[in-house]
Design a binder for this molecule. Structure first.
Ligand code: AMP
Ligand code: ZN
Length: 497
């Protein structure tokens, strides 16, 4: 195990704090996943990437990692962020929309978007969590938890549902700093959706509704759970009563995470999560991403629709550390694609060096790459500072490019080890899911390309440069780029969007 210290910006204490597993060497964390009423957008993925980078960093520190990320498929209401529990279930609203017409029912819609989300997750090179628990598959556990909260005086029933009594948990507001009444009332905007609620900030644990498209029978009749209870229940079920860390996007600090704390800590009397981290929002062209502004992108809009390399998208989304807002632009994506290409090119150079077999290690080559890999991990331990880590990774590519075609076979392993290190920590060198290729690399007839390259080489030898150039232009038009090296002509697909 490494003696390096991982430090993260803890939302609870508002401090950069050392983070380590409570159970020796085993880090357990939870990150809130998507509500599957639509395809996840690149902002959601920025938040999921934070969890992925944390996972990778913990692994590099030698810890075993248990990571759980839920799938919300019931109970998240359209106005949950404004007032509890107002609005309509997002899932039901999606079914009534134009896009909803293609689904047989709400379960069908939930399954479709959950499957699409997992597919996007995998091609963005995100590590698979231990489990992706669904709210609808943990109904018994949620009902039991609510019953216990009622029995212990933390919750009460009204004609419309069951509510958590915030006055029963004096620490309510400790995460979001909404501790005094005035702030709390401002945060919940004083909107009372159920006049039997004792306090406007009391939040729904269960909504009575025998018309809801997804409903379960409970001690309080037919209905469905509030949004917050699923995360408390599923985090504790899979990871234990006190977890090392809980993560999510910045909009979840209040009310979602505040409510999770109130529920969990009232149930167990123990600290729910030792550290909390929140990813700042992704903006597009300096503005909030929204469908009406036309700057709203899902992963599939870019990857399937525009053939953007998922690795380039991943790179673009991690250029700025999670604690700062990221402004996503087309230029960020173009630069990212070029940088991702550098790693591919470095791998090709190292493989070519191995094949050439030239002997002799170059002075300082392996050592500078080792040093840069070390600094990359150091940057990630410094509050997941991806901008410094990426600079170190690119620094390594410059070292490899400098060696270029004169790299020896003895230097090649150090270059490849460096790329493996970049891959393990940042996941931007190659796809990790079997069978995933950059979308800009469609199935190719390699034999035909090789034959054209041989024809071009012959034309050059015969000093028929017009013909050689014509072959290059033909391949260029097909999106194939050529590079003449002492080891022969190399080809690749252009990946820049
Ligand atoms: P949702 O599907 O709305 O429940 O969101 C899933 C996750 O994505 C949550 O952790 C949100 O905080 C996060 N999220 C939503 N919008 C953005 C955004 N624009 N940038 C970063 N994270 C976001
Ligand atoms: Zn959650």
């Amino acid at each position: 195990m490494s003696d390096r210290v991982l430090r993260l910006s803890d939302t609870m204490t508002n401090r950069l704090r050392p983070v380590a597993p409570v159970q020796s060497g085993h880090f357990r964390f939870y990150s809130c996943g998507p509500t599957v009423y639509s395809y996840a957008h690149i902002g959601n993925f920025r938040t999921f990437l934070t969890a992925d980078l944390l996972y990778r960093t913990c692994e590099r520190l030698g810890w075993k990692v248990s990571y759980v990320s839920n799938i919300t498929d019931v109970g998240h209401l359209t106005q949950d962020d404004m007032a509890d529990a107002a609005g309509e279930d997002k899932m039901a609203k999606a079914l009534r929309s134009k896009e909803g017409e293609r689904f047989a029912n709400i379960w069908d819609l939930a399954e479709h978007y959950a499957d699409a989300f997992k597919a996007d997750w995998m091609r963005m090179n995100l590590r698979k969590p231990l489990v992706w628990p669904k709210a609808t598959q943990h109904m018994r556990e949620q009902i039991l938890a609510i019953e216990k909260l009622i029995q212990t005086g933390h919750a009460y029933e009204t004609p419309t549902g069951v509510y958590f009594d915030v006055s029963s948990f004096p620490e309510y507001g400790k995460l979001s700093n909404n501790r005094d009444q005035e702030r709390l009332l401002r945060a919940v905007r004083n909107i009372v959706t159920d006049e039997n609620k004792r306090h406007p900030a009391d939040f729904a644990l269960w909504k009575k509704d025998d018309k809801h498209l997804m409903q379960w029978y409970s001690p309080w009749g037919w209905g469905f759970p509030g949004w917050h209870i699923e995360c408390s229940v599923m985090a504790m079920q899979y990871l234990g009563e006190t977890i090392d860390l809980h993560a999510g996007g910045e909009d979840l600090i209040f009310p979602h995470h505040e409510c999770e704390i109130a529920q969990s800590e009232s149930l167990t009397g123990k600290t729910f999560a030792n550290t909390w981290i929140h990813t700042r929002f992704l903006q597009v062209d300096g503005e909030k991403m929204s469908k009406s502004k036309g700057n709203f992108y899902t992963v599939r809009d870019l990857v399937d629709g525009e053939r953007v390399d998922p690795l380039a998208l991943r790179y673009a989304l991690i250029t700025v550390p999670y604690g700062k807002p990221l402004n996503f632009t087309r230029q960020t994506l173009r630069d990212a694609a070029q940088n991702v290409d550098r790693f591919r090119e470095c791998a090709r150079l190292a493989e070519a060096a191995k094949a050439r077999g030239a002997k002799g290690a170059s002075a300082g080559f392996a050592e500078s790459l080792r040093q840069l890999a070390d600094e990359m991990l150091e940057a990630m331990c410094d509050d997941l500072n991806t901008s410094v880590a990426l600079a170190k990774a690119l620094g390594g590519t410059s070292v490899i490019f400098k060696a270029g075609d004169s790299m020896t076979a003895d230097d090649a392993p150090a270059a490849l080890a460096f790329l493996d290190e970049v891959q393990a920590l940042l996941g931007i060198v190659r796809p990790e899911q079997a069978g995933v290729q950059a979308p800009s690399a469609p199935p190719v007839d390699e034999e035909r390309i090789e034959a054209l390259l041989a024809e071009r080489a012959a034309a050059k030898k015969a000093r028929d440069f017009a013909k050689a150039d014509a072959i290059r232009d033909q391949l260029e038009a097909e999106g194939i780029e050529l590079r003449d090296t002492p080891a022969g002509t190399l080809w690749r697909f252009k990946t820049t969007p």
